[in-house]
Design a protein around this ligand. Structure first.
Ligand code: NDP
Length: 276
């Protein structure tokens, strides 16, 4: 039995666990040019999906250019890139509609685009506060709305997962920014409401709430000293920080038929941090 993320066709061509199979499903991943979104985009592709990464323009030396040029690979799956700021709702709608027209379907969304800025709330500027909410909440809403419009138009339903954070439900001691934590809390409630509104169209909406993950967004902080890393890691039951690959299965699960009766829920993956 070959089960595991190392095997390229572990869920796809051999048709094991068919409910996880995403062959020919079209899935968008916002913020998928790097970090968590990139890892999840790759997982979705390995499960058979045609993946579109939506992200801001990057330095040409960035790893995501590899993703952009990958096209159809030897697994017969594809990963494409579209440059967009998720707060640009007009262009978002156009891009999402074009993708729907091109493939005649749109099945899933992982909304991972997000920003943070550290700062003490006594000094934090309202400009920064608003921008964090604009990207992390309004940007998720705009992306979900564009995708839902297309799903409703196609009439086949679909599934979305927004990347929230354990910081949405607890005051945390890692990323010290109230705006970020407030934005992640809002995203969980946003998902619940959209799940209720769009359920009759067969559209499911859930969130994933990760614990601390070492990514380009966080590395400079989490790894700034061994003491800092230990301090953060000691907050969860496994006493370590997580890696992006530990969220691959969650993306495939939530987008696929494996989670067909799950909506309006928050999937907490934080090493037990929230329960301690
Ligand atoms: P990264 O910064 O590594 O990746 C996020 C990607 O989203 C970047 O490519 C970023 O581009 C892009 N992005 C940001 N704003 C926009 C925008 N307006 N339009 C389009 N793309 C945008 O972050 P992570 O991988 O660490 O985080 C991914 C998600 O997971 C975020 O929502 C984050 O809040 C959440 N999360 C992360 C945790 C962690 O510990 N890392 C823990 C819990 C949740 P650019 O580089 O230009 O900013």
């Amino acid at each position: 039995l070959t089960v595991g993320t190392e095997s390229p066709n572990f869920l796809g061509t051999k048709k094991r666990l068919p409910e996880f199979n995403l062959t020919d499903r079209v899935v968008l991943v916002s913020g998928g040019a790097r970090g968590l979104g990139l890892t999840q985009a790759e997982a979705l592709m390995e499960a058979g999906a045609i993946v579109y990464v939506l992200d801001r323009l990057k330095d040409p030396s960035n790893e995501f250019y590899e993703v952009r040029d990958r096209g159809r690979n030897n697994l017969g799956t594809e990963i494409h890139y579209r440059q967009i700021d998720v707060t640009d709702d007009v262009n978002l709608r156009e891009i999402v509609h074009d993708i729907g027209e091109r493939h005649g379907r749109l099945d899933g969304l992982i909304a991972a685009a997000g920003i943070n800025k550290e700062g003490d709330s006594l000094e934090f500027s309202t400009v920064d506060f608003n921008r964090i909410l604009e990207v992390n909440v309004t940007g998720v809403f705009a992306t979900a709305q564009a995708v839902a419009k297309e799903m409703v138009h196609r009439g086949n339903g679909g599934s979305m997962a927004f990347i929230a954070s354990m910081s949405g439900t607890i005051a945390n001691r890692g990323l010290i920014c109230a705006a970020y934590n407030a934005s992640k809390s809002a995203v969980v409630q946003l998902a619940r409401n959209l799940a209720m509104e769009w359920g009759s169209h067969g559209i499911r909406v859930n969130t994933i709430s990760p614990g601390y993950i070492v990514t380009p967004l966080t590395e400079h902080d989490f790894k700034s000293s061994p003491e800092r890393e230990r301090f953060l890691a000691d907050g969860n039951m496994l006493r370590r920080l997580s890696e992006t690959r530990e969220y691959r299965g969650a993306a495939v699960f939530l987008v696929s038929g494996a989670s067909s009766f799950m909506t309006g829920s928050d999937l907490i993956i934080d090493g037990g941090h929230h329960a301690w």
